[in-house]
Design a protein around this ligand. Structure first.
Ligand code: 6PG
Length: 471
């Protein structure tokens, strides 16, 4: 009879990669997939002494000592419920199920509660880093019962990426906390990617930079304060030759991007919480607009291009975009972390933001040099209201906002869509408390609906008889 330490259910790309990662680290892994061929193919292509195939769930269950541990790696949604329905009747109290997909956190909360009633521990476990991360070290965000976490910590923290020797995996909080943090991670990922895409548009269409120049520039940026996984892969992308024609692949890729939903969830959730994550929403909308391929072609004929202005010389343009991108990036992370702070209070999770930033330092898609500074900011002040109020990031905003604004002017004058960068500037202005125009909004609401208004010179709620008849 085989003895295993953990079962991985679902052996598609992510499941198989994480199973092999565990096996490499000396854990005995039982692999199971609904369709037998997937398991057989995995064993054929990647035979591993620590990876044992199973074709019956009950045999997989029988291969472990209690408390048993299972990591579900199937598509988010119904498939997760189906696996739980098949697996849970075979389990005993104290056993543990981890969901490693991008499940919606409300589903995770529901499942956690249902399984808790049966004595089974359920961990919504965010896993970031794509296929390579899963295989060689992802960033892992587990949420569930804190005491039970001790049983899975040795496996998860061993297979996770390491940043300065520390595992990029830590207990996040109860019930849906892990999946919530992963959702916000993805929201920030959307914003980060959109900002980079806007920097690309500015440099290419206003600045006239070639792919080669862009590749060199991004590679250099990746040595400085913008250093991050996304900047690094972007530098490589600009260099990649096309498979079919002369030139770089980037110029042959359709200008339309899909989304699977985590960014949209972040945006919807922010509206529910009353937190402004406008850069994430802008990134979702940018993808939506990009999908209107035919309509965009048509409208291009109808709406003339603006007259445009010439961009400054390349060295200046490069500097403006770098500083502008960095400044906007600060606002995107500030918004994401503010949403986490709000959710933590709302759901009673006691999220530790410094710890979250620390596990984002390696393994995940948004890993970046300045996550180190985010960790430091929350270490200095665990209750920090907004990252932009930390002295390090405040300094970044002070130094970079002029460049951001200038880059925006060049883009807007030349008809280059910069929705996320524009939101960054708008957010900074709203944040720093310049007149918001809300006095007029109050007046309008009171005028048309007697919604009352507040004053600057005295306390209380007022209604004015506007005395106008508006037909
Ligand atoms: C990660 C990623 C990953 C996500 C992809 C695609 O952290 O490894 O966030 O979980 O699925 O980035 O997401 P979209 O298809 O929504 O862009």
């Amino acid at each position: 009879m085989y003895r295993t330490d953990i079962g991985v259910i679902g052996l598609a790309v992510m499941g198989r990669s994480i199973a092999l990662n565990m096996a490499d680290h000396g854990f005995k892994v039982g692999g199971y997939n609904r369709s037998r061929q997937v398991t057989e193919r995995l064993i054929e292509e990647h035979p591993h002494e620590n990876l044992v195939p199973f074709y019956e769930l009950k045999e997989l269950v029988a291969s472990q000592e209690r408390p048993r541990k299972f990591l579900i790696m199937v598509k988010a949604g119904k498939p997760v419920d189906l696996v739980i329905d098949q697996l849970s009747p075979l389990l005993d109290a104290g056993d543990m199920i981890l969901d490693g997909g991008n499940s919606f956190f409300e589903d995770t909360r529901r499942r956690e509660q249902q399984l808790r009633e049966k004595g089974i521990y359920y961990f919504g476990t965010g896993i970031s880093g794509g296929e390579k991360g899963a295989r060689f070290g992802p960033s892992i965000m587990p949420g569930g019962d804190e005491a039970a976490y001790a049983h899975i910590a040795p496996i998860l923290e061993t297979i996770a990426a390491k940043a300065k020797g520390e595992p990029c995996c830590a207990y996040m909080g109860p019930d849906g906390a892990g999946h919530y943090v992963k959702m916000v991670h993805n929201g920030i990922e959307y914003a980060d990617m959109q900002l980079i895409a806007e920097a690309y548009l500015l440099l290419k269409y206003a600045g006239g930079f070639s792919n080669e120049e862009l590749a060199d520039m991004f590679a250099r940026w990746n040595q400085g304060k913008l250093k991050s996984y996304l900047i690094g892969i972007t530098a490589d992308i600009f260099r990649e030759e096309d498979d079919f024609q002369d030139g770089q692949l980037i110029d042959y890729i359709l200008d339309s991007a899909g989304q699977k939903g985590t960014g949209r969830w972040t945006s919807l959730e922010s509206l529910k919480q009353g937190v402004n994550v406008s850069l994430i929403t802008a990134a979702c909308n940018a993808r939506i607009m990009s999908n209107r391929i035919e309509k965009r072609k048509l409208a291009k004929e109808l709406i003339p291009e603006p007259k445009g202005i010439s961009a400054p010389e390349k060295a200046v343009m490069k500097e403006l975009v770098e500083q502008g991108l960095y400044t906007a990036k600060i606002t995107a992370y500030a918004q994401g972390f503010e949403l986490l702070a709000h959710a933590s209070k709302e759901y009673g999770w006691n999220l530790r933001y410094g710890r979250i930033a620390a596990i984002f330092r390696a393994g995940c898609i948004i890993q970046a040099e300045f996550l180190e500074d985010i960790t430091k900011a929350f270490e200095k002040n665990p209750e920090l209201d907004n990252l932009m109020l930390d002295s390090f990031f405040l300094d970044g905003i002070r130094k970079g906002q002029e460049s951001l604004r200038e880059a925006l002017c060049i883009g807007i004058k030349n008809g280059i869509p910069l929705p996320a960068m524009s939101q960054a500037a708008a957010y900074i202005d709203a944040f720093r408390g310049v007149p918001a125009g809300a006095n007029l909004i109050q007046a309008q609401r009171d005028c048309f609906g007697a919604h009352t208004y507040e004053r600057i010179d005295r306390d209380g709620i007022f209604h004015h008889d506007w005395g106008q008849d508006h037909e």
